[in-house]
Design a protein around this ligand. Structure first.
Ligand code: HEM
Ligand code: HEM
Length: 135
């Protein structure tokens, strides 16, 4: 889970900087928001999720963590794809898709937060220490 998050994050920063560079070269900044969120929700957030799950491996093994992983990785490409179509076409036909996929990402992040509070609680930390797991 940690490594998968990190590898996907690396793909997002590659796409994000390519988009940023392209926007600069063609001087068309309509996709600035897509560029921003591909870099921030794709690269920055997922790299942080990956590092957190690396340092707290027991937190990565829960169903909440797996649900968060899938919600983020399904929601984000749909959200950014829908937003890109909306910003390029200039009409709001994609708005419902952008709203629903944003909600999917937000729900994933809420599950991530719940997961960390449950797994990084003092009882779990003691259990993990007893099992000699790095936390
Ligand atoms: C070589 C790499 C990058 C290039 C060439 C690039 C280029 C750009 C360009 C051309 C814009 C639009 C500016 C405008 O609308 O006036 C922009 C906006 C933005 N970029 Fe990048 N960018 C790069 C990397 C990144 C990274 C790594 C991040 C975040 C981790 C990032 C975050 C943002 C944000 C948040 C905005 C939106 C700013 C706003 O709307 O006010 N960029 N970038
Ligand atoms: C599902 C999660 C998120 C949603 C639905 C969302 C939504 C939005 C919206 C509607 C805007 C205004 C865009 C505009 O005026 O063109 C915005 C701007 C921005 N957001 Fe987010 N955001 C999310 C997550 C994040 C995260 C996690 C970060 C940082 C780590 C972030 C950083 C920014 C920045 C820097 C801007 C200003 C740049 C821009 O205009 O695109 N957002 N966001």
């Amino acid at each position: 889970m940690a490594k998968t998050f990190l590898k996907i994050a690396a793909i997002y920063i590659t796409l994000g900087v390519l988009l940023g560079m392209t926007m600069g070269i063609i001087q068309d900044f309509r996709l600035a928001s897509v560029h921003a969120h591909v870099n921030l929700l794709g690269w920055v957030s997922m790299a942080i999720f990956g590092l957190i799950y690396h340092f707290y491996p027991h937190a990565a093994e829960t169903r909440l963590a797996k649900l968060h992983f899938w919600l983020h990785n399904i929601g984000l490409p749909v959200m950014q794809g829908g937003l890109a179509i909306e910003l390029i076409s200039g009409n709001s036909a994609m708005l419902p898709i952008v709203i629903v996929s944003s909600l999917v990402v937000v729900i994933g992040i809420i599950l991530f937060t719940i997961n960390l509070f449950l797994q990084l609680g003092s009882a779990n930390v003691k259990q993990a220490k007893a099992k000699d797991v790095t936390i």
